[in-house]
Design a protein around this ligand. Structure first.
Ligand code: ASN
Ligand code: ZN
Length: 318
């Protein structure tokens, strides 16, 4: 016999209800699959011996050392940013322990990823303070690890500048994510907090206006924002911190062009391009740009991919 109209309606409602329950269960399972960071913060005591002595393991108490605590907290934010926003479980997407050494050498004016771990200098106290004072510097170094385990862009010439840019872009995004800022609200500058108070107002680099950030140590940052100014040099591994301004500015233009939060669309496009295995160790800006167009189109359609395209055109890559 035929079902009456109320019966049909009821069974349709049951189906809807069942769908809702399945979706809720899936969402809960996904939320339950939250991944946790494992951090190990070491102290080199101003020597070059790595990793040094373990001073703050995961879940270890705070110590009377701001460099150590800031690294611990900053790496937690970086880990959660990659996990929450991109579903990535640590640097290698397989729970790699975040090994981080503080107080490396004496008056060391740098921070780096050495292929296995992060290393932070204290700065000389005159031009720079602890390099872990800036969240964006911490995320920048961690992201070098992510790049190594994904596109593995070599740290030289144009692929090196792309590698550098990826670190800057994810650093800016993580900071905006942490503070809940839209692209319009973000500061788009890197490293302002590693400068002593007397030298505040400056930074290492700017994605909004590459080449305009200033600090007393390096002077005006040597970044450029258009292919016509592309720097060919033997310094800085082939100008990796100079030419990174080009893809940096393309990211900035896309994020500002799309509005809202940088990590929701622009960041997803960049992450997908970095991790989909089409980018290789020698990939150029142009290749990367074309991948971002592809992903923008597939994920978000014409309107978005047009903005991505015009951003790369504005910096002379496409
Ligand atoms: N702080 C620099 C960077 O991570 C260190 C280096 O030249 N690799 O880009
Ligand atoms: Zn870098």
């Amino acid at each position: 016999s035929e079902a009456t109209e109320p019966q049909v309606r009821e069974s349709a409602q049951q189906t809807l209800q069942q769908d809702r329950e399945i979706r809720r269960e899936r969402a809960e399972a996904a939320a339950g699959a939250v991944v946790y960071p494992t951090r190990q913060i070491f102290d080199c005591r101003e020597t070059d011996s790595l990793p040094g002595s373990l001073v703050r393991p995961e879940n270890g108490p705070r110590v009377r050392d701001r460099a150590v605590n800031n690294a611990y907290d900053g790496l937690g934010i970086a880990f959660n940013f990659f996990a929450t926003v991109f579903g990535r479980n640590s640097i290698d997407n397989a729970s790699l322990t975040l090994v981080c050494s503080m107080h490396y050498l004496h008056d060391y004016n740098n921070a780096l990823w050495n292929g296995r771990q992060m290393i932070f200098g204290d700065g000389d106290g005159k031009y720079f303070d602890y390099f872990s004072d800036s969240l964006d510097v911490i995320v920048h170094e961690l992201t070098h690890g992510v790049t190594q385990y994904t596109a593995n862009l070599e740290y030289k010439d144009q692929p090196g500048a792309l590698n550098e840019s990826i670190s800057d872009v994810f650093a800016c995004m993580a900071e905006q994510w942490h503070f809940g800022q839209t692209s319009a609200q973000g500061d788009w500058i890197l490293g302002q907090h590693i400068l002593p108070v007397a030298r505040k107002g400056a930074a290492l680099r700017s994605l909004r206006a590459p080449g305009t950030a200033y600090n007393d140590y390096l002077g005006k940052d040597p970044q450029i924002s258009h292919m016509r100014d592309y720097v060919t040099t033997d310094k800085d591994n082939g100008g990796v911190h100079y030419n990174s301004g080009i893809p940096n500015h393309a990211f900035y233009l896309t994020a500002i062009g799309l509005g809202g939060h940088s990590w929701e669309r622009t960041g997803q496009i960049w992450y997908k391009s970095l991790t989909d295995r089409r980018v290789k160790s020698k990939s150029t800006f142009k290749e990367f740009a074309e991948f971002t167009l592809d992903h923008a189109q597939n994920m978000f359609g014409n309107l978005v991919s047009n903005i991505v395209k015009s951003s790369w055109e504005s910096v002379g890559v496409l």
